[in-house]
Write a protein that binds this ligand. Structure first.
Ligand code: C5P
Length: 224
């Protein structure tokens, strides 16, 4: 019997990058260590939640008691999440999903020949947007990594993806984000009580994760 602010709640978290194969030895991906997503999984476990962590390829060990689902591509991430959504109270999309994938993955290694080559890419599904289209919709949290106009772009995503909360990071600052141990964030939310925000100064990803979990719990309680 768990105690804590998320006791009894089922949380699904996506983390890490996705890899989209070009051929058996190459892929398209994003910079993402998975550290923020894994820190969130730890914080949610400490808050008493049941946690499913849907993770792309990363060099991290999953926290104890977390149900780990390993995936490689965006399509696999979507399938894993859709299988979990019916039993999910809170969904946190922290993965750096590749926006595009190669139209086809070559069966054999692509050989070099011409001076130039082009790749044909096709849009990947938006995992988070598909989750927020489900009914019932879990309390949904997204991340926004921006290099400019942080608040404006984050509010756009909050509304477009029908999120309850967004965690916005300024990734133009190389001391935070990506492979760093530290992060800083602007949390923005919207609910029946109105909009709110919380600015979190640079701190460890573990501290940031606990603060995000505490804020999710506070807002979700007001919603209930
Ligand atoms: O639109 P953008 O990719 O910047 O939105 C970022 C948010 O959406 C993150 O929470 C990310 O995990 C999620 N996302 C997703 N599937 C995609 C693209 C983004 O779940 N294909």
């Amino acid at each position: 019997f768990e105690s804590g602010v998320l006791a009894g709640q089922r949380v699904v978290i996506t983390a890490g990058p996705t890899q989209e194969p070009l051929d058996p030895v190459r892929y398209i991906s994003n910079h993402s260590s998975g550290k923020m997503g894994y820190a969130l999984a730890r914080a949610a476990i400490e808050a008493g939640a049941h946690v499913d962590l849907v993770s792309g390829p990363v060099a991290l060990t999953a926290p104890d008691r977390v149900q780990l689902h390993r995936v490689t591509t965006a399509k696999e991430m979507l399938d894993a999440c859709m299988n979990l959504v019916n039993d999910c109270d809170i969904f946190i999309g922290c993965a750096a999903v590749a926006d595009y994938r190669p139209v086809t993955a070559a069966e054999q290694k692509i050989k070099k020949s011409e001076e130039e080559m082009s790749l044909q890419l096709v849009r990947n599904p938006d995992v988070l947007a598909q989750i927020t289209n489900c009914s019932p919709k879990p309390f949904s949290v997204g991340f926004a990594a921006e290099t400019e106009k942080l608040r404006e772009h984050a509010i756009g995503k909050l509304e477009r993806k029908n999120l309850d909360m967004i965690v916005a990071n300024d990734v133009s600052d190389s001391s935070i984000g990506f492979n760093s141990e530290n992060n800083a964030a602007l949390l923005l939310w919207q609910n029946a009580d109105g909009d709110g925000e919380l600015n979190i100064e640079q701190c460890s990803k573990d501290v940031l994760a606990s603060m995000v979990v505490a804020q999710i719990s506070a807002i979700q309680q007001r919603k209930r």
